[in-house]
Unconditional design. Structure first.
Length: 130
């Protein structure tokens, strides 16, 4: 079947991290801390996640859309934080007296999420210097 319009298609799956409360671990920790609640860690907190600045993501998307590259590419930041490191950072910024509690790690929660961005570095010159 021939496509009706011959336009390039971009699929951008935005994968929320650490599916709890709002689905985003950073905002979850901040909301808990602002409410004076214990910060909730699932498992031992050693699982890692990578976080990307919104402007870096936008820059990567713009570069990708302006390029001739048509294959899948990861845009993100490969630098990792453990969930415990993130919880301690939020706790220390908002209220160092807050406790951190641990709950069972869901079976489907991966220990590591780190984008492999070598293709983006080569094809669209993505830089993650922060």
């Amino acid at each position: 079947m021939k496509p009706k319009y011959e336009l390039p298609v971009f699929l951008l799956p935005m994968v929320p991290e650490y599916f709890r409360m709002t689905g985003q671990v950073v905002s979850n920790f901040i909301v808990q801390a602002l409410r004076g609640e214990a910060l909730t860690i699932y498992g031992d907190g050693k699982q890692t996640r990578s976080f990307c600045y919104v402007d870096d993501l936008a820059e990567g998307l713009i570069r990708l859309m302006n390029s001739d590259y048509t294959n899948p590419v990861n845009i993100g930041n490969p630098n990792e934080f453990t969930m415990l490191q993130l919880a301690v950072l939020v706790k220390n910024k908002i209220d160092p007296s807050l406790p951190i509690t641990h709950k069972d790690l869901p079976e489907d929660d991966p220990m590591q999420r780190q984008p492999i961005i070598e293709v983006a570095k080569k094809t669209i010159r993505l830089a993650t210097n922060r």
